[in-house]
Design a protein around this ligand. Structure first.
Ligand SMILES: C[S@@+](CC[C@H](N)C(=O)[O-])C[C@H]1O[C@@H](n2cnc3c(N)ncnc32)[C@H](O)[C@@H]1O
Length: 259
């Protein structure tokens, strides 16, 4: 690896100088080694070449702030080695300080925003917003986002997380949304499935209202992106454009892109 030019690009992008080395590795498939073996092998080599200390993650300790953080991903016989530009991991959003049960990891929410094709200026709705992750990630693209939830505690969390973000929050039941027919271009949805989060309000008695309401408020040609347990069918009101499997904290889920 040409470390000199990699670190020069990082510095040009505003990356601060690092005073140590840490590595986070992952791989697909069965291997005769662990992720920690990969981290130690790559970390020792990088630290040796850069003349810096290496901080292993094997014992579970979080590396000190201000280090050069490297990422190794092995797929089949190819390893990709990347270096973080910023001082902090981007997946740890500074705005997300409060969660609710079932709250989304922000990078998954950001991926759902991309899959929905959200663009600046579009109207976007999350009708079951919880701590607001999807609506806030959508607002960061320049969209006009609205987050609704029936639970006042969820709205308190989303309002707190969303301070400073241009998102409108409202208390509403997703079974009878206070939104005009064809009033939004994109719907982002991580609904309650009665596992980690119970359905409340109208959805407790009539879960099918959710699909009907999302269909009603969506503009013709608009997109809904929905996170569901892997085996769950899509709401019958929609056709599935893409079904993307997602493994999340031991659960098998799917992101559905619906039209
Ligand atoms: C899985 S959580 C959403 C988590 C959210 N995506 C986040 O990142 O924090 C589902 C949410 O649906 C809400 N909910 C349950 N029944 C509802 C209903 N009838 N109308 C609107 N929201 C409802 C719950 O209060 C909960 O906040």
């Amino acid at each position: 690896m040409d470390l000199g030019s990699v670190l020069a690009v990082r510095a040009r992008c505003g990356g601060p100088p690092g005073h140590s080395v840490d590595v986070s590795a992952s791989f697909l498939g069965r291997r005769g080694f662990t992720r920690f073996d990969v981290e130690d092998a790559v970390g020792a080599a990088l630290a040796g070449r850069l003349g810096l200390a290496y901080h292993p993650r094997r014992a579970g300790a979080r590396p000190p702030e201000g280090g050069l953080s490297w990422r190794v991903t092995i797929v089949e016989d190819r390893a990709t080695v990347a270096v973080r530009v910023g001082a902090r991991p981007l997946h740890r959003r500074q705005w997300k300080t409060v969660g609710v049960p079932g709250s989304l990891h922000p990078p998954l929410a950001a991926a759902m925003v991309v899959l929905a094709g959200v663009r600046a200026g579009e109207r976007v709705l999350d009708p079951c917003c919880g701590a607001g992750t999807l609506a806030i990630e959508a607002a960061h693209t320049g969209a006009f986002a609205t987050g609704m939830d029936v639970d006042p505690a969820a709205l308190a969390a989303s309002t707190h997380n969303g301070r400073g973000a241009p998102v409108r929050w409202a208390r509403a039941d997703a079974g009878a949304l206070p939104v005009a027919t064809a009033g939004v271009r994109r719907v982002l949805l991580n609904p309650p499935w009665g596992r980690l989060v119970e359905r409340a309000g109208l959805l407790a008695r009539s879960p099918g209202l959710l699909g009907q309401e999302v269909r009603r408020v969506l503009e013709p040609g608009g997109t809904a992106v929905l996170l569901v347990p892997e085996s769950r069918p899509a709401p019958s009101e929609f056709s599935v454009e893409r079904r993307i499997p997602v493994a999340l904290a031991g659960s098998r889920l799917a992101v559905l892109v619906l039209r």
